[in-house]
Design a protein around this ligand. Structure first.
Ligand code: FAD
Length: 484
């Protein structure tokens, strides 16, 4: 039998969203069970994710990930249909046109998408279509792990202990070799019609840094597990070293699932909750925790979980100027500027540096965390509503399991400790490259002769610091005293 021409079985629609892979894809497994033809579709409906429509860097990633997904489907005798929303109408049209009787997708957990999916499922089922959603993005559904009183966890360590008790993950199913199509049916737009790529070419840095798609995700995961996972615990805080997996955008777009990642780790290291693998698997636990929190506290992308912060006295003057300097990597504080420039150039920033730049913005500059979260949303290739909300609320001190407010990161000490040879700052702030290590993280303390010898004119080649770190720390603590 020709694999692309199947019997009279009714086809099933496979609705791709942020699960852009064929490996470990339960919706695909369900749609193709029994040999039925599969109609894979991506429906572009950013307005349905409002107010968190994908930002510019995410749209870039999405474009290339869809290119890769279509190529993988074609290699298996199928192809990706691309439609425009509203999603329900697009699914209706596609089902009518192809004669599909079943629709499968993998679950997403952000509030807008969840509400939409529930409506769609109810409507389609009421019309007699089989409509099933599946678990692919997480190890645990956000509602599966509750404390002894049936309440959500608010502290990571307790949450992760509870997860650890059931961290026996079912083996992921590999990508099928053939995915039978109903080739003659299923209208499609071209990918270019979605207009996901930037009109002004600012994306060279993204191209130079990343290869979106499932094949690259699996390669990156395998290389990381083979070569770097065993050192992760010691290296994960070093932005000057390639110690992290950089799998976050691949995980966000579902190009690799956490089950596959965990199965690679278990194959190489055994028990994922002990030994060398533990620190990394714990980070995957933070990802689970972020989704747990977003599910149970859906207002937190904009509202502080700790209600006292509703009355926090944020700065009233020159917020725009401070925000702009921060966004552009021109605060005059090298580790912060290096991070913000890395973000702009590559769409990614090291976790330690994310905490440092977020702390400077929300504590030293007293700019509301929501403004920082929005900038990250637009510029990160891994922008993820759960992870971004947790990261910002944690650093600002107003979330679940937040750092205590008085823990204000000192960017100079952080730079000296985690970028001790200045490799990271010199890479992203090349105008400071010739400064000796002693002054690199705080050029404003360098004697004039040292600055001159290094070719640095403060205020000309590189900004003077936008803020006094000690004074602004004291101001932040005073602000905290007013609400605590
Ligand atoms: P690794 O160190 O290799 O960790 C492995 C994986 O674990 C990551 O890919 C990620 O999926 C997950 N992970 C690690 N740390 C965290 C964490 N603290 N919270 C949730 N998941 C985690 N992560 C996002 O995926 N999207 C975001 O939008 C995002 N915004 C953030 C904003 C701020 C202010 C902060 C402080 C952190 C944010 N993070 C976000 C978490 C973290 O910084 C990134 O997940 C991490 O830097 C990604 O790099 P990596 O893949 O090399 O991580």
């Amino acid at each position: 039998m020709n694999h692309t021409q199947t019997s009279g079985l009714a086809p099933s629609i496979l609705w791709f969203r942020r699960d852009l892979r064929l490996d470990d894809n339960p919706a695909l497994a369900a749609a193709s069970s029994g040999g039925a033809p599969v109609i894979p579709v991506y429906i572009h409906a950013p307005e349905e994710e409002a107010p968190w429509e994908p930002g510019a860097a995410s749209r870039w990633w999405l474009h290339w990930s869809l290119v890769a997904l279509d190529a993988s489907l074609r290699a298996r005798g199928n192809r990706l249909r691309i439609l425009r929303g509203p999603s329900l109408e697009a699914l209706h049209r596609l089902a009518a046109e192809t004669g599909a009787r079943a629709i499968h997708w993998n679950r997403l957990y952000d509030p807008a998408t969840r509400a939409r999916d529930t409506r769609i499922k109810q409507t389609l089922r009421a019309e007699g279509l089989c409509c099933e959603s599946h678990k692919a993005a997480l190890l645990f559904e956000p509602w599966e792990i509750l404390n002894g009183s049936g309440q959500p966890y608010r502290v990571f360590s307790a949450f992760w202990r509870a997860c650890g008790r059931s961290l026996h993950i079912e083996p992921p199913c590999p990508a099928p070799e053939v995915i039978p199509d109903r080739p003659e049916s299923g209208e499609t737009l071209t990918l270019d019609a979605l207009d996901l790529l930037p009109r002004i070419a600012w994306d060279q840095g993204l191209h130079a840094t990343w290869t979106p798609g499932e094949t690259a995700a699996l390669e990156r995961a395998r290389a990381f597990v083979d070569a770097r996972l065993s050192d992760y615990g010691g290296m994960r805080d070093r932005p000057d070293r390639p110690g992290n997996s950089r799998l976050s955008p691949h995980l966000h777009f579902g190009e690799i699932g956490p089950r596959r990642l965990l199965s690679l780790i278990v194959a190489a290291f055994g028990d994922p909750t002990r030994g060398a693998a533990e620190p990394y698997v714990r980070e995957l636990g933070w990802r689970e925790f972020a989704h747990h929190l977003l599910h149970h506290f859906p207002e937190t992308p904009t509202e502080p979980l700790d209600g006292r912060f509703g009355a926090f006295p944020w700065a009233e003057e020159d917020v725009e100027g401070a925000l702009r300097a921060w966004q552009r990597g021109r605060t005059g504080i090298p580790l912060v500027d290096a991070g913000m420039r890395e973000l702009w150039h590559t769409g990614w920033m090291h976790n330690r540096v994310r905490m440092v730049v977020a702390s400077l913005l929300t504590k030293n500059l007293l700019v509301p965390w929501q403004a920082g979260a929005r900038w990250f949303w637009d510029t990160l290739v891994d922008a993820d509503l759960a992870g971004n909300t947790l990261g910002w609320q944690w650093t600002a001190g107003c979330g679940a399991d937040a750092a205590p407010y008085f823990r204000i990161f000192n960017p100079v000490l952080q730079g000296q400790r985690f970028d001790p040879d200045g490799v990271y700052v010199r890479r992203w702030c090349p105008e400071l490259a010739r400064l000796p290590d002693k002054y690199l993280q705080q050029p404003w303390t360098a004697p004039q002769a040292v600055l001159t010898a290094a070719g640095v004119r403060l205020g000309v080649d590189y900004p003077r610091p936008i803020i006094d770190l000690a004074q602004s720390r004291a101001r932040a603590l005073a602000a905290w005293e007013r609400i605590k």
